[in-house]
Design a protein around this ligand. Structure first.
Ligand code: ASP
Length: 324
């Protein structure tokens, strides 16, 4: 049987056992299993790693529980600005959209940028025009409205703080030095979504999609749509991150995993753990990542209490977890 593997994440954060109700936890697990199944069907049918990561991320974008697509968080202005990216490892092709408000599935728009434009990253109105030209589904703001996210914005809108949505129980408070280091309060909302896959032909791909941070400034763009920061794939490894976007950008985190493997000849596990446990904290960030190498080894480290995550392999074995 051909060997393939798919890993997904739904955000990392302050996820403590017992905080979520049993029903909420079951709903998250079911959603993760659904996304794994969507990607697994693609790989099982001989589909590519690119098609598999898109299928998995679309399933998570369509689920209001996660901060991507339908469940995206609100900006300070009470709007939605979503980011997404995709990269194919063996060719180095990539596509991304940033700051889009109406595209139902930003990851599909990112895939179209990769496949059908000469560019890598389109933003704002231009990205939406491109999506419309490609006949992608556009939605009104109502589609992206969830009361849960709206209450989340109201809780922080006038505080001058940004709620780090991936950090499910925290408000991100900037200290005088501008450090994203002090975490307070307790809400339970997350998180950016992503997928990495190795297909039966040995091809790698990564995709990431997010609504960003609650109460973020209009125009703020995170790490997710930036190739090398939140999303990266080459012939060796595919990586998707979640966490304090600004820290992952400064660390060029996803590419750092690949570079450590390429130049330092370390395993995917060692490279991923070093980035998450050493490099990101040095940049005053929290979060995690998922990575799969060309031999099918998966690494899913996080420096938070938990990270929604799951893996499915070619034998159909499926694993989903939330806590550390
Ligand atoms: N990395 C995302 C961003 O900064 C947030 C997250 O992972 O929850 O936009």
């Amino acid at each position: 049987m051909a060997q393939y593997i798919l890993a997904i994440h739904g955000g990392a954060g302050t996820l403590q056992r017992g905080v979520m109700s049993a029903e909420q936890e079951a709903a998250h697990r079911t959603a993760l299993e659904g996304a794994l199944e969507a990607g697994h069907q693609v790989l099982k049918g001989g589909g590519s790693s690119v098609e598999a990561v898109v299928a998995a991320v679309v399933a998570l974008e369509d689920c209001p529980l996660f901060n991507a697509g339908r469940g995206s968080v609100f900006t300070h202005a009470g709007t939605h600005e979503m980011d997404a990216a995709i990269m194919e490892g063996h060719t180095g092709r990539a596509g991304a959209v940033a700051g889009v408000s109406r595209i139902r599935n930003p990851v599909i728009a990112a895939q179209r940028v990769m496949d059908r434009s000469t560019h890598v990253l389109l933003s704002g109105a231009g990205a939406e025009q491109f999506a419309a030209d490609e006949a992608l589904t556009l939605e009104s703001p109502k589609y992206f409205y969830t009361d849960f996210r709206w209450q989340q914005l109201l809780a922080v809108r006038d505080t001058g703080r940004e709620l780090l949505d991936h950090d499910g129980t925290a408000l991100l408070c900037k200290d005088d030095a501008g450090d994203a280091s002090r975490l307070i309060n307790g809400e339970h909302k997350l998180g950016t979504v992503g997928a990495v896959a190795l297909d039966a032909m040995g091809r790698l791909a990564a995709a990431t999609s997010t609504g960003g941070l609650t109460n973020k400034r209009h125009g703020r763009i995170g790490d997710s749509p930036l190739i090398g920061c939140g999303t990266y794939a080459d012939a060796r490894v595919a990586v998707s991150t979640t966490g304090t976007g600004e820290a992952f950008i400064r660390a060029v985190a996803a590419h750092d995993v690949a570079a450590r493997m390429k130049y330092g000849h370390v395993t995917v596990e060692e490279a991923a753990r070093t980035v998450v446990n050493d490099v990101i904290p040095q940049q005053r960030g929290t979060g995690g990542l998922i990575a799969v190498d060309v031999e099918g080894h998966v690494s899913m480290p996080f420096n938070t209490e938990g990270m929604y995550r799951g893996v499915v392999q070619s034998d159909g074995r499926c694993y989903v977890d939330i806590y550390g």
